[in-house]
Design a binder for this molecule. Structure first.
Ligand SMILES: [Fe+2]
Length: 272
């Protein structure tokens, strides 16, 4: 399981604010900064999803996911451009849509979108780490994103709206009318929507891979520790040629093993 340190969470937040300050200007930048100041405490801690097998279901996962989508959308755009696609949008429009496609996951003005899952059954059987906050009025994530942007009077272009609205592609049922139409006049008229969808999909799969690798590292660490414990017990049997004491908890080996098993958990308990 992947976790971010307090320092990584702070670094990610600073990177996000730097991108905003370097990309936008004038009144729009002022309004964006007002919104990001308002949500700072909640946004920097928010997860990007609720379940272990989705993506970035961890404290700080939302901001990390947004940074990935901003980065990947620019890389994917270059690939489309270098291969002859029409690019009829600006980098500012692309970054604006990438930054806000999941804004609704921060919640409404008062309440978080995700709250910690307290049920052991759901944690064990469904991999649920966070659950939807029952205090919230139902809205799709993209509807809430646009609602929040209008609340802070942040204007957006037509392409920015389409981009953030269609980032989930056909994974969002409400997007079918835009993406599955057979009338050529109704086709989406900017590749920005497809580029954002590819960047978002890439980000979620990579985040999911990192999570699985984190799981593997954790299980490898546990196996190494188990083997060390077995080794420590075996050593005492060998030295005495009989089992006098199965495990000396005062030994340096034992302290090392304890720190290896619980050191990280202890650190996280102290931070949160
Ligand atoms: Fe996303």
């Amino acid at each position: 399981m992947k976790q971010l340190t307090e320092q990584q969470i702070m670094d990610n937040w600073n990177e996000l604010r730097t991108i905003i300050n370097n990309t936008f200007s004038g009144e729009r930048l002022e309004k964006l900064n007002k919104m990001y100041d308002y949500f700072e405490d909640r946004m920097c801690m928010a997860p990007a999803s609720g379940r272990a097998h989705y993506h970035n279901a961890m404290v700080g996962g939302y901001v990390e996911h947004i940074l990935h989508v901003v980065k990947f959308s620019q890389e994917v755009k270059s690939m489309w451009e270098n291969n002859g696609a029409e690019i009829n949008f600006t980098d500012e429009e692309l970054i604006f849509a990438a930054l806000h496609h999941d804004l609704g996951k921060v919640g409404d003005l008062e309440n978080d979108y995700y709250i910690p899952e307290e049920s052991d059954w759901h944690r064990k059987n469904q991999g649920s780490i966070f659950k939807h906050n029952p205090e919230l009025q139902y809205m799709t994530v993209s509807d809430r994103s646009t609602w929040l942007l209008q609340h802070f009077e942040i204007p957006m272009t037509e392409w920015e709206y389409l981009g953030l609205r269609l980032t989930d592609g056909l994974y969002e049922e409400a997007n079918e009318k835009y993406l599955k139409g057979f009338n050529p006049q109704w086709a989406v008229r900017t590749n920005m929507a497809y580029i954002l969808h590819q960047a978002d999909m890439m980000a979620t799969h990579i985040e999911s891979d990192q999570w699985k690798r984190g799981d593997k590292i954790e299980s490898d660490k546990v196996m190494m520790s188990v083997n060390k414990i077995k080794g420590a017990v075996d050593k005492q049997v060998d030295a005495n040629n009989e089992v006098k004491e199965k495990f000396n908890t005062k030994s340096t080996d034992a302290k090392d093993i304890f720190n290896e098993l619980f050191g990280e958990a202890k650190k996280w308990y102290m931070v949160y």
